[in-house]
Design a protein around this ligand. Sequence first.
Ligand SMILES: Nc1ncnc2c1ncn2[C@@H]1O[C@H](COP(=O)(O)OP(=O)(O)O)[C@@H](O)[C@H]1O
Ligand SMILES: [Mg+2]
Length: 214
Amino acid sequence: MEIKAKNIGVAIKGKTIFNNVSFEIKSNEMVAITGASGSGKTTLLNCLGLIQTISSGNILINDKNVTKWNDKQKTKFWHEHATFIYQDYGIIEDETVSYNVTFNKRQSRDKDVNEILKNVGLDGRGKELASVLSGGEKQRLGVARSIFKNANVIYADEPTASLDAKNRQLVIDLLKRRVQSGATVILATHDERLVKECDKIIDLSKFETILNKG
Ligand SMILES: Nc1ncnc2c1ncn2[C@@H]1O[C@H](COP(=O)(O)OP(=O)(O)O)[C@@H](O)[C@H]1O
Ligand SMILES: [Mg+2]
């Protein structure tokens, strides 16, 4: 999916978080939103995911202006196209790990779900309650969900924050594979190792977009 921000700004309780930010994200791109702690990375990610409303400017998805979309339109977008990998968001603690991957929405065989869990290093954990997972395991459960859903756009907030070197590389490789199969991946991160794998960087400290490659 193509996502465009045109002069967008957010002010919360009179305080400007960021202002006049413009950029373009294309399909098949992995994009990093970077900047110091408190610079507005999570806020910008939430705006692009239509979770948070912007105070000024416009957001376009596939050239459609979505700035004034109502709840029904947003819900349809989240349902059909988006997944969110947030450590403390969207995991249903008192359901099993498997349920959290599939939401039982599709007839899915245990074997397929376990194959995905294996990919994220959660082999054989499907029947456990999500509440027993560590922060890092929940991050990877979020990745498993996005693989299962085959989402067009993946929003991830600090997806490598709680991961050791091995699992960090695992998550990076999985996200890159999703990009290769056509997804757009948008990450808020200050992990330099993840940033350098991205095609584009939106740096909120400098208010500029840097093309890494191509
Ligand atoms: N709901 C909110 N109410 C008040 N201030 C907020 C709210 N959400 C974010 N902020 C403020 O906006 C700034 C950016 O926050 P955030 O987007 O979480 O930054 P980052 O993810 O880069 O660390 C911070 O100063 C934070 O305190
Ligand atoms: Mg943040």
